[in-house]
Design a protein around this ligand. Structure first.
Ligand code: FES
Length: 605
C-alpha cells in the first residue's frame, strides 16, 4: 500500500534540479503559505527544461507574465460528446478560467477519460478506477498547484475525487448540474426512474413503442445529468456534504445561469486555496465522511455512494467501514421527497433551497459535525446556518420527515459474510421481513434467456437471485441489481419482489433489492452456492440475510464450485479483475489505496 504523504512535495522523491528550478530567478513566492509553488518546478527560470516548458506552452498565445510564479490551476475536464451529462463542461471551464484569471492565477484545462453512463458498455464502473489513475497521474505529471474537478455523470465524481485525493493538492469540485425536470404530456418524468416504469408498461401493453419514443426526448430536454436523486445527484450532494464543493453546488440546474456563476466563483476560490495551502486532506476528514453518510440518508441517496465513499476514504487515509453506513445512517430520516423514493426532481429541490436546507436540518438535530471545514474556508455551519426552506413538500423538516428511515441498511448473514446493502426508502415495507423460495439465474445471460419464459416456476413470494454480476464476475459491477420481474407476474399486477445479487443498482431505481452481496459469486462467495428451491430469509430490521441450507450441504456445494474462465488475458480488464477489491472495501484496485502526494517528477529532457 502506498504511504500517505502529508506534503505534496514529498522530499524523498522530489527531483533536486527541478526543485532548484522552482526557486530560480523570477519565481514569485505567491502561495502555499510562504513556500514556492510547485508549478515553478516547471516554469521557473534557469534551466533548459524551464525554457522547453514555457516555450511550447507559449504557442497557445500565453504571455510571459503567466509563468511568473502565480498559482497554476489545472481544470480537470470530463467533457465528452459520448458523455451527454457532461457535454456542456467546456462552457463551464470557461467560467472557471474567468475566476482564476481574476484572482491572478493561470488556468490550464486538461482532459481525462470520461465515463458516460447511458452509453458505455459493459458498465462505467469497470473504468472508475482507471479514470482515477488517469486523473492522479495527469495531476502529478503536470505543473499544477491546485485543481478544479469538473464532474457530473455518475462515476466521473468519485473517479476524479479519488485520483485527486491520491495527489492531495488543493482541489475543488464543480458538479455539472442536473437537467431540468422531465415533462411529458401532463406528467413530470424523471431520468432513469421513468425508464424502469415505462419499459415495464411496454411489457404489460400499457404503453406503445411510439409513446416511448415521445417520452424519451421529453425526459432529457436540457443539458445536465440525471435530475432524479440518482447517483449523479447523490454524488453532487455528497460533494457539498463533504465540504469539497461550494454551497449550493448540488442542485443548481445545468442550464441555470447560477451554475456558471458558481463555476466563476470556484475559479476565484481555488487560487485562494492554493495560497492557503488548503489541501484535500484538510477537508476530507473522518467528520466530513460522517457528514456525507448522514446526508446520504437524509436525501434518500443512491446505494452507489457506499462504494464510492469507501474508495475515496481509502485514498485519503480515513478509516471508514461498510458498517459505518449502518451505524451512522440508521437514525437518519429521509427528508427529501425526490424520485426514485418520492415525487419531485432536482430542479424542485433547488427552488426549495437545496442541500444547505438539509444540512441545516441535520445540524440543528445534532446529526452533523458543524465544524467540518469546507473548501470556501468556512465551516459547514457557517455555510448553512441561514438556509431557508421554501417548500416543505420537497424538503421535509427533521421532526416530520418524508420517510422515517433513510440511510442504507447493511445486511450480513451466511449469504453475505462481509455484507450486502439495501435501501429501505426505495423498498416495499411488507417485503422487509420475508422468507421465500429461491429462483436462481446463474448470470445475466441466463436471466435474459429465462425471465419471461411463461414456464418459469416462479410466484410473487419467491426470491429472485442473480449471480456473477459483481466486480470480478461481470466484470465491472454493473447496475443490473434492480433486474425486472417476470413479465407474467407484472401482468398480474405484481410490483415488487425480493431480488438478491452481487450487482449494483442505478440510483434512479427502486424496489426491495439486496445489492453488493459480498464476497461476490465469482470470488467464490456463498451466493455462488445458492440453488433453485433453497429458502432465503431477509429481515431488514435485524439486518439479516440468511440462506437456510445446512453447513454440510454448503461445504459439498463449495467443493463442486468452479471459478469462471478469465474474461480477458490482457489489458485493463485483466489488471482490473486480478486486483479489484470486493464491494465491502469500495471496489478500488488494491494497489491504488492510499496517496503518493504530488512530488515534482524528474525532468523530461
Ligand atoms: Fe449521466 Fe444519469 S446517465 S447522470
Amino acid at each position: 500500500m502506498a504511504k500517505s504523504s502529508k506534503d505534496g512535495s514529498k522530499k524523498s522523491s522530489t527531483n533536486k534540479s527541478a526543485a532548484k528550478a522552482a526557486t530560480g530567478a523570477g519565481a514569485k513566492d505567491t502561495g502555499r503559505k510562504g513556500k514556492t509553488l510547485r508549478s515553478q518546478g516547471w516554469f521557473g527560470m534557469g534551466t533548459r527544461d524551464g525554457m522547453v516548458h514555457r516555450s511550447w506552452m507559449k504557442n497557445q498565445g500565453l504571455p510571459q507574465h503567466l509563468f511568473d510564479g502565480r498559482p497554476v490551476i489545472g481544470i480537470c475536464n470530463t467533457w465528452s460528446e459520448a458523455t451527454p451529462c457532461n457535454a456542456h463542461f467546456r462552457e463551464i471551464a470557461e467560467y472557471v478560467k474567468r475566476g482564476v484569471y481574476e484572482m491572478g492565477g493561470f488556468p490550464i484545462e486538461f482532459p481525462v477519460m470520461s465515463l458516460g453512463e447511458p452509453v458505455m458498455r459493459p458498465t462505467t464502473m469497470l473504468f472508475r478506477n482507471l479514470v482515477s489513475i488517469d486523473v492522479e497521474e495527469s495531476i502529478r505529471a503536470n505543473p499544477f498547484d491546485g485543481v478544479i474537478l469538473l464532474t457530473g455523470c455518475d462515476k466521473t465524481t468519485p473517479a476524479l475525487m479519488m485520483g485527486a485525493a491520491s495527489c492531495d493538492l488543493p482541489a475543488l469540485v464543480i458538479s455539472g448540474g442536473p437537467m431540468l425536470n422531465g415533462r411529458w404530456r401532463d406528467q413530470t418524468i424523471g431520468s432513469g426512474t421513468h425508464v424502469w416504469k415505462f419499459t415495464e408498461m411496454l411489457k404489460t401493453g400499457e404503453m406503445t413503442q411510439a409513446d416511448l419514443l415521445e417520452a424519451e426526448v421529453a425526459m432529457s430536454r436540457s443539458k445536465g445529468h440525471c435530475m432524479t436523486m440518482g447517483t449523479a445527484s447523490t454524488m453532487a450532494s455528497l460533494v457539498e456534504a463533504l465540504g469539497m464543493g461550494l454551497p449550493t453546488n448540488a442542485a443548481i440546474p445545468a442550464s441555470d445561469s447560477r451554475r456558471y456563476v458558481l463555476a466563476h466563483m470556484a475559479g476565484r476560490r481555488i487560487v485562494e486555496m492554493v495560497k492557503e495551502d488548503l489541501r484535500m486532506s484538510k477537508v476530507l476528514t473522518r467528520e466530513a465522511f460522517e457528514n456525507a453518510i448522514r446526508v446520504n440518508g437524509a436525501i434518500g441517496g443512491s446505494t452507489n455512494a457506499v462504494v464510492h465513499l469507501l474508495a475515496l476514504a481509502g485514498r485519503i487515509g480515513v478509516k471508514l467501514d461498510l458498517s459505518d453506513w449502518d451505524t451512522l445512517g440508521k437514525d437518519i430520516p429521509c427528508l427529501v421527497n425526490l424520485m426514485p423514493s418520492g415525487e419531485y426532481l432536482m430542479e424542485d429541490f433547488f427552488y426549495a433551497g437545496g442541500l444547505p436546507v438539509v444540512l441545516r436540518e441535520l445540524a440543528k438535530n445534532g446529526k452533523l459535525h458543524k465544524n467540518a471545514l469546507t473548501v470556501n474556508g468556512k465551516t459547514m455551519w457557517d455555510n448553512v446556518k441561514d438556509a431557508k426552506n421554501w417548500n416543505e413538500k420537497v424538503i421535509f423538516p427533521f421532526g416530520k420527515p418524508f420517510k422515517p428511515q433513510g440511510g442504507i441498511a447493511v445486511l450480513t448473514g451466511n449469504l453475505a459474510p462481509t455484507g450486502a446493502v439495501l435501501k429501505p426508502s426505495a423498498a416495499t415495507p411488507r417485503l422487509m421481513k420475508h422468507k421465500g423460495r429461491a429462483v436462481v439465474f446463474e448470470d445475466i445471460d441466463d436471466y435474459k434467456a429465462r425471465i419471461d419464459d411463461p414456464k418459469l416456476d416462479v410466484d410473487a413470494d419467491c426470491v429472485l437471485v442473480l449471480k456473477n454480476c459483481g466486480p470480478k464476475g461481470y466484470p465491472g459491477f454493473p447496475e443490473v441489481g434492480n433486474f425486472a420481474l417476470p413479465a407474467k407476474l407484472l401482468k398480474k399486477g405484481v410490483k415488487d419482489m425480493i431480488r438478491i445479487s452481487d450487482a449494483r443498482m442505478s440510483g434512479t431505481a427502486y424496489g426491495t433489492v439486496v445489492l453488493h452481496t459480498s464476497p461476490e459469486a465469482a470470488a467464490g462467495g456463498p451466493l455462488a452456492l445458492v440453488k433453485n428451491g433453497d429458502v432465503i430469509e431477509l429481515d431488514v430490521a435485524k439486518r439479516k440475510l440468511v440462506l437456510h441450507v445446512s453447513e454440510e450441504e454448503l461445504a459439498q456445494r463449495r467443493k463442486a464450485w468452479k471459478p469462471l474462465p478469465p474474461h480477458d488475458t490482457r489489458g485493463w480488464v485483466k489488471l482490473y479483475v486480478e486486483s479489484v477489491m470486493q464491494a465491502d472495501k469500495g471496489v478500488d484496485q488494491d494497489f491504488l489505496v492510499g496517496s503518493s502526494g504530488a512530488p515534482i517528477p524528474r525532468e523530461s529532457h
